[in-house]
Design a protein around this ligand. Structure first.
Ligand code: KG4
Ligand code: ZN
Length: 355
């Protein structure tokens, strides 16, 4: 197999996206197009993603988004090596829309179908953007996921830590909501934090110092709520100080948990990670990025954080994961099922597991 050219489709949450990515024989990649249509405005009035509305919005725009991705890449369906879609985990209505469309295209164009795990796609993006080699330590931090994963190979993932309650992005969003900041809250909390006093409130740093690299955010979130209730009505300075103190706690927790994760990685793999890779929307946060840079230096490894547009949900990551799988002859039958839950590491996914 020579160069691979793969179309990727992403519809698991509130982004409708399609992209064309190439993968050379040597394993380097190039994004030929990456069309992303966000539904943020559609869901903003509800303060969160409404699954039924999301599914309908995907149906309305997906065909157009795919056509645009193909046009920008300047290719025809016959030029493709395969067609990939995120088959989960995510909101099942949206997943069905994307996967069914990919199946129809694969059938009509007689191309192999690749059913991609959305989390795997986040994990492998840094190989496209930064040429990261296996094995590496992945910190996945988004609105729905908070995980530390040892990535050994395509398809070989060991989850070494996860959140016991809220995802980090979710905690940012909830704090924003209680302080009446717009949705999605992460960027607004960061903006407020930049002009606030991070030492005004000493919020708890849950699980800090524990050996197991897990996360817990709900106690921290509750502490912010209690403080906000006590101070109400809030001044602009109160809001900024609450955001700064909250973010400082999150930054310290992440630093400590990543250190614990690196220790477990070393025990399990018998070596240190070739890189610390960060993915998910929260990776856009400047304070978190800066701290992780220090941690990577401390761990003697490189830090790889894809550009913000490739950290959040996008079709290019699905196309790339599809190409990585296709290069290893990992393809799927046309009757492959969409999955609302689909843990990267089925072994670690006990009864406590979140998809
Ligand atoms: O990966 P993503 O686009 O969607 C999924 O959740 O899959 O991540 C979105 C999350 C939201 O919770 C959002 O508030 C958070 O990432 N986020 C941030 C920042 N930008 C986005 N959190 C903290 N600081 C930011 N600058
Ligand atoms: Zn995602």
């Amino acid at each position: 197999m020579g160069e691979l050219l793969v179309l990727g489709i992403e519809t698991t949450c509130d982004e409708t996206s399609a992209a064309v990515v190439s993968r050379s024989l040597t394993g380097s990649g190039e994004i030929r197009s990456n069309v992303i249509r966000s539904q943020v405005e559609v869901h903003a009035p509800f303060g969160g993603v409404v699954p039924e509305i999301a599914a309908r919005a995907h149906v309305e725009v997906l065909d157009h988004v795919i056509a645009e991705a193909m046009k920008q890449a300047g290719i025809a369906y016959r030029d493709l090596s395969g067609i990939a879609a995120a088959a989960g985990p995510g909101l099942i209505g949206g997943v069905i829309v994307g996967l069914t469309t990919a199946k129809a295209l694969a059938l009509a164009a007689r191309k192999p179908l690749i059913a991609v795990n959305h989390l795997e796609a986040h994990a492998l993006t840094a190989r496209l953007t930064d040429g990261v080699q296996f094995p590496f330590l992945l910190l996945l931090v988004s609105g729905g996921h908070t995980q530390l994963v040892a990535v050994e190979e395509v398809g070989r993932y060991t989850r070494i830590g996860t959140t016991l309650d809220d995802a980090i992005g979710e905690a940012f969003d909830k704090v924003a909501k209680m302080l009446s900041l717009p949705y999605p809250g992460g960027p607004h909390v960061e903006e407020e934090a930049a002009r606030g006093d991070a030492e005004r409130f000493m919020f708890p740093r849950p699980l800090m110092g524990r050996r197991e690299p897990d996360f817990s955010l709900s106690g921290l979130k509750t502490a912010v709520r209690l403080e906000a209730d006590r101070l109400a009505p809030l001044t602009d300075d109160d809001v900024a100080d609450l955001c700064a103190s909250f973010q400082a706690a999150v930054v310290e927790v992440i630093a400590d948990r990543v250190r614990a994760g690196a220790r477990v990685f070393r025990e399990k793999m018998g070596r240190g990670p070739s890189a610390l890779v960060v993915a998910g929307g929260v990776a856009a946060n400047g304070a978190i990025r800066a701290r992780l840079k220090q941690i990577a230096a401390e761990l003697n490894t490189r830090l790889a954080i894809p550009a913000p547009a490739l950290c959040t949900d996008n079709g290019a990551m699905i196309a790339w994961a599809g190409a990585e799988r296709l290069a290893r002859q990992l393809i799927d039958p046309l009757d492959v099922s969409p999955r609302a839950r689909w843990p990267l590491d089925p072994v670690a996914a006990g009864p406590m597991a979140r998809a």
